[in-house]
Design a protein around this ligand. Structure first.
Ligand SMILES: Cc1ncc(COP(=O)(O)O)c(C=O)c1O
Length: 378
């Protein structure tokens, strides 16, 4: 059997990781400024993470959501203060797409409405409702298209207020920082306008923090920079450092009914052990603040390099628009300087390092970035 050929693969196979570093099968060391696509939050093979998962696996790895699992309660209790949403409730699933799927379904159950307002350029995952919330024809199969979803431009306050002038919409879904869309930030004004319009019309405000959340932006959630509150927040990626966990946190004003949401694997003992370990480390090592400080140092370090058109983002979610195709720039960074980075569109380099990076990693990256720009004659 061969693999179904849907991914463009880089010519690199990591076989070991530690902190912000990776090694390939030839023993070559790489600095990881990609974080496995914003997933590696506490660094590779963090000792607390390895110990917690190993210990849990030796006891029980999985049973079912039909029985009590006090690890889920422990996780919820840890996420309360960490997220800044102590009174919200937690539902666990397996991925970011599934988290968004559940968020929208919950909004529809709660309001009894069918319509959702989404943003052009958004990405919410690959399941049925998630792709319906994206206007990217490359990911939306004809069967997924639905008239229930209306798209407006991110930060178009007028369009938002026009659409939300009646009680038709179940939800508005916003990535506070569009990731796949090129590190595009929702403005403070737009997020406040969304909150206000939702309050007026009984529409639920969903923040997709799958990529921007869990401390990456320098606040626990990126929308918290604007000082707004969501009704439902979806998360995944960084929440369990690579173990597949998705989650939504839900306002206490949204009533739970038995059977309205469910999952076989979500919130398993092993998944909870992984997520608890990450929550412990994020708190103990002050990683949200570290993301803010290191993000500022990266931007400061590369600012002014010739060939940079624009730098966007917050904390350790940074998009750098380049005057040359990012794929070429990224290749030189990887092949010559042994630094892994991400991409977004044709000209945007995407930086999503683990939240544990320090001054040493920032300096190595900045030096390599400047050298690459010079080598490419930018
Ligand atoms: C903002 C956002 N939402 C949802 C998803 C989908 O997450 P998953 O791939 O875990 O389903 C992603 C993945 O990149 C994302 O960036």
């Amino acid at each position: 059997m061969k693999l179904f050929d849907v991914y463009s693969l880089l010519d690199m196979e990591p076989v070991r990781g530690e902190g912000a570093y990776l090694w390939d099968k030839n023993g070559v060391e790489y600095l990881d400024f990609y974080g496995g696509h914003a997933v590696i939050s506490i660094g590779h093979t963090h000792p607390h993470y390895v110990a917690k998962i190993s210990e849990q696996l030796s006891k029980i790895g999985f049973y079912s959501n039909a029985v009590i699992n006090s690890l889920q309660v422990e996780l919820a209790e840890k996420l309360g203060p960490l997220t800044g949403y102590p009174d919200y409730e937690l539902f666990l699933c397996n991925s970011g797409a599934e988290a968004n799927e559940n968020a929208v379904k919950l909004a529809s159950f709660t309001t009894g409405r069918t319509r959702v307002l989404a943003m052009h350029g958004a990405f919410h995952g690959r399941t049925s409702m998630a792709v319906a919330l994206s206007d990217n024809p490359a990911i939306q199969a004809p069967v997924n298209k639905t008239e229930n979803v209306t798209f407006i431009n991110l930060n178009d306050v007028e369009a938002l207020q026009r659409e939300l002038s009646s009680e038709e919409y179940a939800a508005v879904i916003i990535e506070p920082i569009q990731g796949v869309g090129g590190i595009r930030m929702a403005s403070t004004e737009f997020l406040h306008a969304a909150r206000e319009a939702c309050d007026k019309t009984g529409t639920l405000l969903i923040m997709d923090e799958v990529q921007s959340g869990y401390g990456r932006s320098g606040k626990f959630f990126a929308h918290q920079w604007a000082g707004v509150k969501a009704d439902i927040v979806s998360m995944a990626k960084g929440i369990a450092n690579g173990f597949p966990v998705g989650a939504i946190i839900i306002s206490p004003e949204i009533p739970a009914k038995k059977g309205m949401l469910g999952t076989t694997f979500g919130g398993s003992h092993l998944a909870c052990a992984a997520a608890i370990a990450v929550a412990d480390v994020v708190k103990a090592e002050n990683l949200v603040e570290n993301a803010r400080v290191m993000g500022e140092k990266i931007v400061e370090g590369i600012k002014g390099t010739s060939g940079i058109k624009e730098i966007r983002g917050s904390g350790l979610m940074i998009g750098v628009d380049l005057s040359v195709p990012q794929a070429d720039f990224r290749r030189v960074l990887r092949e010559k300087h042994h630094i892994m980075t991400g991409l977004s569109g044709q000209y945007t380099l995407r930086l999503l390092p683990p939240l544990v990076i320090g001054e040493r990693e920032v300096e190595r990256f900045v030096e390599a970035f400047r050298a690459t720009a010079a080598e490419m004659g930018m």
